[in-house]
Design a protein around this ligand. Structure first.
Ligand SMILES: [Zn+2]
Ligand SMILES: [Zn+2]
Length: 647
């Protein structure tokens, strides 16, 4: 008999070789019906795989991320099976699950596959799923595995096999398809009821641009048709909110092939919007004792060799810039931290100077493959709202508190109500993987946890997810469509202070190493604006939006009065423009609605005589006439409410 520990810490005894599915059945038939896979000692297993030793388990269903992962990865096999039957000779790369669905990278030879082929593949997948094909796990000797894929002429699987040790190779068979795979998978295909292939993309084999380009097919599957229908409706809504589309409509940013892929050009309205975000944060940071600095966009290669960034980015990112001086090389900065370390050490520091908080909207450059680029969310040049705090180990707790408070102010001013905090600690069983003393790690982890509790954060702890150089805290927001985005981050760092030999003189008159904290509440301006656009569908908070009002004269006769209204608003610090086109009022209103301008001010004879404007609110309609002063006061009041104490 073996001891099985369930999530409620109760222990049950089962015969050796019991499976997750059998354990589920012993609890309830209903549960067994929903089980997709099982977590065995922190590893996801097939629900049908025998458990031979004492283990801590958790049964996974559609409600668990891991359960969904099993469902979707199994669906990738199902798609591969359908494709192999429909397109004999297709060769398969890798087919993992992703956040929402799965993909498989496939070499179709000379054949081009497009979305027109999807219905045929989907129908085949549905047909195969109904056969209730069982996923059979087989441990296979390496020679046999190589032989199988050599006969099949699949060089991709052969290459993957070459990296694996004999004795750790498993095949999974389902229906007509056999795959080299670590698993886990569903017990069988019967749970897959709804299938949708979404799109194709080119994907270099092993992410290497010098190698063959495969066709990546993305898909998603569900246990119920209704869930697929809901998901597709969500995708439709997401399409409407796509920041690339709205960014174009609102004239916020653009890209130019000539300038280069992944290098955004901020248009005047976007630049002003970004400036307002920056001013907002600068104001908050000034109050919180940060000092703003400015650094160049390049640095000597030696700087990044010291920091270790050259080892990390040197080969795989933009290559160094040479100069007429032989041997001299500069590197586009991938991180602001090294420059800031040099700012810290430009003069001797005493414990009385700490914490030193250095902030910069610093632009960094990292090479991303063209296939990875996406609007403003994946770019090759971006500006971080970066800051580095140099402090004593005792100050870490208060500094975390301060940064969390800034993050909360931002979330409030931008209406992100739903977020979780992930706290990443080191793997206590592998302490040698991490730099820094045991004492400092333990203290920092304890401090971070306490701060999270004191600040009432909704947090999860991720053991083993810390960087090698220190624990961290990340903020994931859920947008209006329920999609998760990682935004702000706070990271403790024991590594760079060592590499740069940073020091301060303590109260004991001895030299000490400061702790460094990296933090970026927005993350990057580019990504943050993208998330904000998709969250608000372009209807930004009033304090941030490009034009707060648009003046609509009902005919040319009133353009003088419109001009006066504009001046008045400008003098009251309200951003507005006039629609002077020779169009009917109805058309002007419709266009202003499309442009998502919060307030429309219609002016004609009556308004001119009374010194008023007829106010319409975006998405709501007529609010009636208002005295110009009253309208201005109203807007100023609304902005003050949104910004709260920042104003
Ligand atoms: Zn698999
Ligand atoms: Zn940093």
């Amino acid at each position: 008999m073996i001891n099985i520990i369930l999530p409620d810490n109760s222990v049950r005894q089962y015969p050796e070789g019991i499976t997750g599915m059998e354990i589920a059945k012993s609890i309830s038939e209903g549960l067994a019906h929903n089980v997709l896979s099982v977590l065995v000692n922190d590893e996801v297993w097939d629900a049908t795989r025998p458990i031979r030793t004492d283990a801590k388990i958790r049964l996974l269903t559609w409600n668990d991320e891991e359960g969904k992962g099993t469902f979707w990865h199994s669906s990738a096999h199902l798609m591969a099976e359908a494709i192999e039957l429909l397109y004999p000779g297709a060769k398969f790369g890798i087919g993992p699950h992703i956040e929402n669905g799965f993909y498989y990278d496939i070499d179709f030879g000379d054949k081009a596959i497009s979305s027109e082929d999807f219905p045929k593949i989907e129908a085949k997948m549905q047909e195969l799923a109904k056969e209730n094909q069982v996923f059979v796990r087989k441990e296979v000797p390496k020679a046999e595995a190589l032989d199988y894929f050599t006969k099949k002429n699949d060089e991709y699987k052969i290459e993957l096999l070459q990296d694996l040790e004999d004795g750790q190779i498993t095949f999974y068979e389902s229906g007509h398809f056999t795959d080299l795979c670590r698993g886990p998978h569903l017990p069988d295909t019967s749970a897959i009821k709804a299938v949708k292939l979404l799109n194709t993309a080119g994907a270099y084999w092993r992410g290497d641009e010098t190698r063959h380009q495969l066709t990546r097919i993305y898909g998603v599957t569900f246990p119920k048709q209704k869930e697929l229908t809901d998901y597709l409706a969500l995708l439709e809504e997401a399409k409407k909110r796509d920041h690339r589309k709205i960014g174009k409509e609102m004239e916020l940013f653009t890209f130019s092939q000539k300038v280069g892929l992944g290098l955004p050009l901020w248009l005047p309205k976007g630049a002003l919007l970004r400036e307002r975000l920056e001013m907002f944060l600068k104001k908050v940071q000034k109050k919180a004792g940060y000092q703003q600095v400015i650094c160049p966009h390049i640095g000597n290669v030696e700087l990044y060799k010291t920091s270790g960034h050259f080892q990390k980015y040197g080969e795989s990112s933009f290559h160094p810039i040479t100069t007429p001086v032989p041997g001299e090389e500069f590197f586009l900065k991938p991180m602001n931290c090294p420059h800031h370390c040099e700012i810290y050490s430009y003069k001797p520091r005493s414990y009385k100077d700490l914490p030193v908080r250095i902030a910069e909207f610093g632009t960094v450059y990292r090479y991303e493959q063209s296939g990875e680029l996406h609007g403003l969310t994946r770019v090759r040049g971006f500006t971080q709202d970066d800051a580095h705090i140099f402090c004593t180990p005792e100050q870490v707790k208060d500094e975390f508190k301060g940064v969390i408070d800034i993050v909360m102010l931002i979330f409030k001013a931008l209406d992100f109500k739903d977020f979780v905090t992930q706290i990443s600690f080191r793997d206590k069983n592998n302490k040698e993987k991490y730099i820094g003393t045991d004492e400092n790690w333990e203290k920092a982890e304890k401090d971070i946890l306490e701060v999270a509790q004191e600040r009432n954060l909704n947090y999860v702890i991720a053991p083993g997810e810390a960087a090698f150089y220190g624990p961290k805290m990340d903020f994931m927001v859920k947008d209006a469509l329920g999609r998760k985005w990682q935004l702000g981050t706070i990271q403790v760092d024991y590594n760079l202070p060592d590499r740069f030999e940073l020091e301060y003189i303590g109260s004991d008159n001895q030299k000490h190493r400061p702790v460094m904290i990296h933090r970026a509440p927005f993350g990057s301006m580019e990504r943050f604006v993208a998330v904000l656009i998709e969250h608000t569908a372009g209807q930004f908070p009033l304090w941030l939006t490009p034009d707060q009002a648009i003046i609509l004269p009902i005919s040319e006769k009133y353009s003088n009065y419109a001009e006066k209204v504009l001046q008045f608003l400008n003098n009251s610090d309200i951003r507005a423009q006039i629609d002077n086109r020779n169009e009917k009022a109805g058309k002007k209103i419709r266009d202003a609605e499309l442009a998502k301008i919060p307030f429309m001010l219609v002016v004609g004879e009556r308004e001119e005589t009374d010194g008023t404007v007829s106010v319409r609110k975006h998405g709501q309609g007529d609010l009636g006439p208002q005295k110009l002063e009253d309208f201005a006061r109203f807007i100023t009041g609304e902005v003050a409410k949104e910004l709260g104490e920042i104003n």
